[in-house]
Design a protein around this ligand. Structure first.
Ligand SMILES: NC(=O)c1ccc[n+]([C@@H]2O[C@H](COP(=O)([O-])OP(=O)(O)OC[C@H]3O[C@@H](n4cnc5c(N)ncnc54)[C@H](OP(=O)(O)O)[C@@H]3O)[C@@H](O)[C@H]2O)c1
Length: 248
């Protein structure tokens, strides 16, 4: 049996286990399983790794950064973002990757037009680093928007967002949990009245499919996209890392 799984805490919300087990059923993959490992401390990873059949892990909140010291190698994306969400286990060696980057890039590009070259990234947590990495690769300038004050000119607080800033940044990417189930009425505190049909609002949240943030964008005639495709693409990219060249 080839075993895969997800480490994080808590894991009640986890998408990955259902996604992979449905995939195994639909594609008649009978020699693989995918389990949740809900570990309250990252050091318990060593217990998880005692299973010799384990070949790959996904990593979610709060361990995407904390897992890095356990890895034997990391790819350049992990090195740049400081976050790992996918591990391949081979000959007792752990190799770290970041497939959130792949997921965000492919999904985001669907509605991106080359004229969109300035972005606001809402939030400064783990996923914001993956988003910033992709925007850098695409040559898109960006500012972070945070609840917290920073001396960096690349960071703004929500209260500093003016009409001009909103008009000058056609891309707005929500990397905060605001609006995520069950707090579905929450939304980032932006001056939404300045949105135009030229904006593109991307929300990493996938539940609900249409957050209040995206509804504000739709009301202004903007392009909008939620995090559902990003999630599926990152899962498929993990599968490809665990089974390189696999037809599965
Ligand atoms: N679709 C996907 O594949 C995918 C992948 C990864 C993550 N996500 C989603 O993206 C969201 C963020 O994930 P993450 O891993 O980046 O989380 P995270 O590391 O906890 O960071 C979230 C950031 O949001 C800001 N924030 C948190 N609570 C806030 C509040 N009450 N009001 C305003 N800002 C707040 C904080 O930035 P400041 O302190 O700077 O304000 C925080 O650093 C989650 O909803 C997650 O489910 C989706």
């Amino acid at each position: 049996m080839k075993k895969f799984g997800l480490i994080g805490f808590p894991l009640g919300h986890s998408f990955s286990r259902n996604y992979f087990n449905s995939k195994f059923l639909q594609e008649s993959i009978t020699d693989c399983s995918y389990s949740n490992f809900e570990i309250p401390d990252i050091h318990l990873l060593t217990e998880v790794l005692k299973d010799p059949e384990l070949q790959g892990l996904n990593v979610t909140i709060p361990y995407k950064k904390d897992v890095i010291p356990f890895l034997h190698t990391v790819d350049s994306v992990v090195r740049h973002t400081g976050a790992c969400n996918c591990i391949r286990i081979q000959n007792h060696q752990l190799h770290g990757y970041n497939t959130d980057v792949t997921g965000f890039e492919k999904s985001f590009m669907e509605k991106w037009t080359p004229g969109d070259h300035r972005a606001l990234i809402l939030g400064t947590g783990g996923s914001s680093k993956a988003v910033a990495y992709v925007l850098n690769e695409l040559g898109i300038d960006f500012l972070f928007v945070s609840r917290n004050h920073s001396k960096s000119p690349a960071h703004l607080q929500y209260a500093e967002l003016t009409e001009k800033i909103i008009r000058d940044h056609p891309l707005i990417i929500n990397c905060t949990p605001l609006g995520m189930y069950p707090e579905i009425n929450a939304l980032p505190p932006l001056p939404y009245e300045f949105l135009t049909a030229g904006h593109y609002l991307f929300d990493l949240i996938y539940n609900p499919a249409s957050t209040q943030f995206l509804q504000k964008g739709e009301a202004a005639g903007a392009r909008v996209k939620n995090g559902a495709d990003m999630l599926k693409i990152q899962a498929d990219a993990s599968w490809e890392i665990w089974n390189p060249g696999s037809e599965r």
